[in-house]
Design a protein around this ligand. Structure first.
Ligand code: HEM
Length: 126
């Protein structure tokens, strides 16, 4: 199995992940109907995000948590949605890659998702 090591690898991973996401019955609607994602803009952001998280590239300049609050206000982003997101992410990583950076891609997503789920839940209580 291939190592996750280049920008091209990240593009493949991200494209194939969102290919699953948009068809998904549980979380597809957040992207297709609620945020009505402009994929030509979103995908390059996500390449930069993962390049920064995994390879320390500093190419992502954004607010990953902040982007989700408006979505959470329209439709609650609950633990079950994060579980599903992580299941699709982990499956996509494992389909294509193995090794330390592949493990890190899963581990870091788990941590960010945990924090994000907590913040979305808190925001709904305030
Ligand atoms: C239930 C889980 C999640 C859902 C439904 C979700 C949905 C979305 C949506 C609809 C957008 C907006 C796209 C747009 O701008 O049009 C977005 C942006 C983004 N998401 Fe998520 N997301 C989830 C979890 C995560 C997790 C766990 C991460 C990180 C590991 C993440 C990272 C990002 C980033 C980096 C952006 C771009 C923010 C920016 O505009 O700079 N998301 N997400």
């Amino acid at each position: 199995m291939k190592k996750l090591e280049s920008r091209e690898d990240i593009e493949l991973l991200v494209n194939s992940f969102y290919g699953k996401v948009i068809k998904d019955e549980e979380i597809g609607l957040f992207f297709n109907e609620i945020a009505r994602v402009d994929w030509a803009k979103h995908l390059p952001k996500m390449y930069a995000f993962w390049e920064s998280v995994l390879f320390g590239q500093m190419s992502y300049k954004g607010n990953p948590m902040g982007a989700h609050f408006p979505i959470n206000e329209i439709r609650a982003m609950e633990q079950k949605h994060f579980d599903r997101w992580l299941k699709l992410w982990t499956a996509t990583v494992e389909e294509h890659f193995a090794g330390e950076d592949a493990d890190q891609a899963i581990y870091k997503a788990e941590n960010i998702a945990k924090l994000m789920a907590f913040k979305m839940d808190l925001a709904r209580r305030l």
